[in-house]
Design a protein around this ligand. Structure first.
Ligand code: PHE
Length: 470
């Protein structure tokens, strides 16, 4: 963030105590940097694979459009209107609405979920760092599917190695965040995001002629409703929230740094479009390779780490492109990780007037320790089940994605739709009657809260009443 204003100035002007984005475009880049990450390239293909493909993709797109975008708009608005960390913004706005202090909970849920997610996000991002190194060394050159599989499984089985890369990633994140992010990150996002897109297209080009394209395409876009289980809705909604960085305080925290004259609707639509395109491109690039090599689309978290090295390993100049690919994935992960830490950081800095670097370091250490639980979930603790059949990693993922995020989402929608004074909403969003306002009202008052609530209740039902976790 560009620290363009001091606290004193912030108190007078309409700006955040942490500073402001230097332009509307930089906000789009930062929000896209937060949204585009492991969720798009690593998670989306593998959960689409586990949930049967096509029908899941349709449900996911529906969730992004009908619930994701409205809640994202709401979050940015809350951040901007409240001008503070998620907890402070919610406190300020609850005050303005003369509503209960309970609404702070939205901020706390976000901060908590973001922190928990960062703990395992760093572990997976560490895998991407490891693969930069592997691709560059050329060991995956002309590798067979067995070799790629083995390499990944051996890596997962080695806690010390996982720990090393997890540590490296966390150190990088803390280092960047302590610096205050500013120009370095902004410039980097400006260059790396388009480059990531280009590499995805190269990968797509390869997968198009890999022999499995038709099958891969059909898998992603063939609407076979019979394979879509009710659980798929839950996963799809969770993924829509995760990939758009919603209900984790990240977007609200970034919203606090958005200049007053920026149109929230148009910027957020752009961000959602970028995010969705990257996810779809990643899926379209990965599945054909899966089918061409006789791999299993439902093979879980390792999907990207086996298919992508395999593809680059068979490509001309694959060493260079493959290395670059994992470099960009790691970068995308860093820009997301930063936004996972920012809400907590902003809270502590604002509440206690603490030093950014010191807070970033101490929180990084705690988060790192939590992450060790996820590291061990893939090896020494793979048989240790925290709840039901969930390992520590799966448990943190489950609780954040299926419980904290939907809960936060419903509360955000309800607060904006029914608690926040209409005048604030109208001013923030530039509403003045017309179709735009009508569509917005229908989505934020009905579709988004009821949709998320339905999924949430279903989650609670299967969690508490079905032997899902038992
Ligand atoms: N949206 C990021 C991704 O898809 C993850 C993330 C979630 C980042 C929440 C920030 C906040 O990888």
């Amino acid at each position: 963030m560009a620290y363009t204003s001091s606290k004193q100035k912030a108190a007078k002007a309409d700006s955040s105590p942490q500073g402001m984005w230097s332009s509307r475009w930089l906000f789009v880049l930062a929000a896209a940097g937060s949204a585009v990450g492991l969720g798009n390239i690593w998670k989306f293909p593998y959960i689409a694979g586990e949930n049967g493909g096509g029908a899941f993709v349709v449900v996911y797109l529906g969730c992004v459009l009908l619930m994701g975008i409205p809640i994202m708009v709401a979050e940015v608005m809350l951040g901007r209107a409240g001008r503070g960390s998620p907890v402070h913004a919610m406190r300020n706005l609850a005050g303005a609405a003369k509503a209960s202090d309970f609404w702070q909970l939205v901020g706390w849920l976000g901060i908590g979920a973001g922190f928990l997610i960062l703990s395992y996000y760093s572990v997976i991002a560490g895998w991407a760092l490891f693969y930069i190194w592997q691709m560059a060394s050329g060991v995956l050159d002309a590798a067979t599917p067995e070799f790629a599989n083995n390499l990944f499984n051996t890596f997962l089985g080695n806690p010390l190695q996982l720990m090393f890369w997890h540590t490296l990633f966390m150190v990088l994140v803390v280092w960047i965040v302590s610096k205050g992010v500013v120009k370095g990150l902004e410039t980097a996002i400006r260059w790396f995001m388009p480059l990531l897109f280009v590499l995805l297209i190269i990968l797509l080009g390869y997968s198009a002629q890999s022999g499995g394209f038709e099958q891969g395409f059909n898998f992603m876009f063939g609407f076979d409703w019979s394979v879509m289980k009710l659980d798929g809705f839950l996963v799809a909604l969770g993924q829509a929230f995760f990939t758009l960085s919603l209900a984790m305080g990240a977007i609200m925290a970034y919203g606090a740094y958005v200049p007053k004259d920026t149109s929230i609707f148009s910027t957020i639509t752009t961000v959602a479009l970028i995010d969705t395109s990257v996810a779809i491109a990643a899926g379209l690039a990965i599945f054909p390779i899966v089918f061409a090599n006789g791999l299993d689309p439902a093979s879980g978290p390792g999907l990207m780490f086996v298919t992508v090295p395999l593809a680059f390993g068979q490509m001309e100049m694959g060493v260079i492109f493959g290395t670059l690919f994992f470099l960009l994935v790691s970068f995308a992960a860093i820009t997301s990780a930063i936004s996972l830490l920012e809400p907590l950081l902003a809270y502590l800095v604002e509440e206690y007037n603490a030093k950014r670097a010191r807070v970033a370091t101490s929180m990084g250490v705690i988060c790192w320790i939590l992450g060790v639980g996820s590291v061990l979930s893939f090896n020494l603790w793979s048989d240790v089940h925290v709840a039901g059949d969930l390992t520590f990693f799966a448990f943190v993922d489950y609780v954040t994605q299926n419980i904290m995020l939907p809960l936060g989402g419903v509360l955000i929608a309800v607060f904006v739709a029914y608690v926040l004074p209409k005048s604030i909403v109208a001013e923030q969003l530039g509403l003045n009657g017309g179709v735009k306002e009508l569509v917005w009202n229908v989505l934020i008052k009905l579709v988004a809260p009821l949709g998320v609530l339905a999924v949430f209740i279903y989650t609670l039902y299967i969690t508490l009443y079905l032997p899902y976790l038992a």
